[in-house]
Write a protein that binds this ligand. Structure first.
Ligand SMILES: [Zn+2]
Length: 350
């Protein structure tokens, strides 16, 4: 029986299989994981995309296989092929892992993730990857500069579903150093093409070295990115953190001298501080959201005091895109009366 099955598997298929080059150690190295096996046999698109009848089957047929001329090698856009190969490696790793049925089990049983993670859309911040998280662990949402806003329907819906339906234990706002959205908030906004009175909304204040007078966060900029990052610009303009204050003052001096403002360097202390302040502001917004206030109000006092099953905790973390390290900003908020659980992540005193 087993021998027959093996013979069946070893049969040549009608669908040509092309052999892709193995990864070299010098380029395009795959993730180094003991459990990830490299695939070197990938079906051509005829096997992937064609109609079911043209796909190889395990049924035997009395018809002889036609002589197939060497099929021309199809050209895959390399970035698409990289995703395809990554997906193959992912499936292979799951199959080789200690929990090979994890996907099937999650599909059958539904998800019960302990975390809601709000992070940035930045491609360098892969939340599942940086925590080596198994499927079913992180309920995620992301946007430019990891922001939560009560008036944003997406923000509200994600938080409500995570807390009320999935009953996550932790909500994490995770910013990252080098965030482009945060960097843009330190620069003068471009002129609003729909506005003929730029000076009336304070844009001229930026351009003339007085960003503190800018009221643009109170206005909807026609540029959706500028409109989205306006709350971060407001933090930049109003923060009293010494690094940010010094940066603002330098900007004014530069503007007065007619120098064009440059995006801050990755490790500029003010840039890092603004990333952290933005995380803290969003933690606060979540804590003050209707969803969380209702959640805390509904907790029975005894449960709120219980260390084993308290309500949800809201954390503020930051990710270093250079080192891959995650740090805890120490701004965790939990249910009234509940002790904040200790964090194994390095604590940033900010
Ligand atoms: Zn970012």
């Amino acid at each position: 029986m087993l021998l027959a099955a093996v013979r069946e598997l070893l049969k040549p298929t009608r669908c040509p299989i092309r052999t892709l080059p193995r990864y070299s150690s010098s380029s395009h190295a795959p993730p180094k994981s003991a459990t990830w096996r490299e695939l070197n046999r990938i079906p051509t698109p005829a096997c992937i995309d064609s109609s079911p009848e043209s796909r190889p089957t395990s049924t035997t047929t009395s018809e002889p296989a036609p002589d197939l001329a060497p099929a021309p090698q199809p050209f895959f856009p390399p970035e698409i092929e990289a995703l395809y190969r990554g997906n193959q490696r992912f499936r292979d790793a799951i199959a080789a892992s200690a929990t090979p049925n994890v996907l099937r089990d999650l599909a059958a049983q539904g998800q019960r993730p302990p975390f809601l993670l709000l992070d940035c859309s930045d491609s360098r911040v892969g939340e599942q990857v940086i925590f080596s998280a198994e499927p079913g662990t992180l309920f995620t949402t992301g946007n430019v500069a990891n922001q939560f806003h009560e008036h944003d329907l997406n923000s509200k819906a994600v938080l409500a579903y995570a807390v009320e339906a999935l009953k996550v234990k932790h909500v994490i706002v995770m910013g990252h150093y080098g965030c482009g959205g945060v960097a843009a908030a330190t620069l003068p906004p471009p002129p609003d093409p729909t506005s003929t009175t730029a000076s009336s909304n304070g844009h001229d204040a930026h351009q003339h070295g007085n960003p503190g007078a800018c009221k643009c966060h109170e206005h909807a900029h026609a540029d959706p990115v500028q409109a989205w990052i306006a709350p971060i610009r407001h933090i930049y303009e109003s923060s009293v953190r010494p690094e940010i204050v010094a940066h603002r003052q330098l900007r004014r001096v530069q503007a007065a001298a007619g120098e064009e403002a440059q995006a801050p360097h990755l490790n500029d202390p003010a840039f890092r501080a603004l990333v952290e302040e933005n995380v803290k502001a969003n933690v606060l917004r979540i804590v003050n959201s209707r969803v969380i206030r209702n959640h805390y109000a509904a907790l029975p006092p005894a449960q709120a005091q219980s260390p084993t099953q308290p309500g949800v905790f809201i954390h503020g973390w930051v990710y270093d895109i250079e080192s891959g390290e995650v740090a805890d900003l120490g701004v965790t908020v939990g249910p009234p009366g509940a002790l904040v659980p200790p964090s194994p992540f390095p604590l940033l005193q900010v």
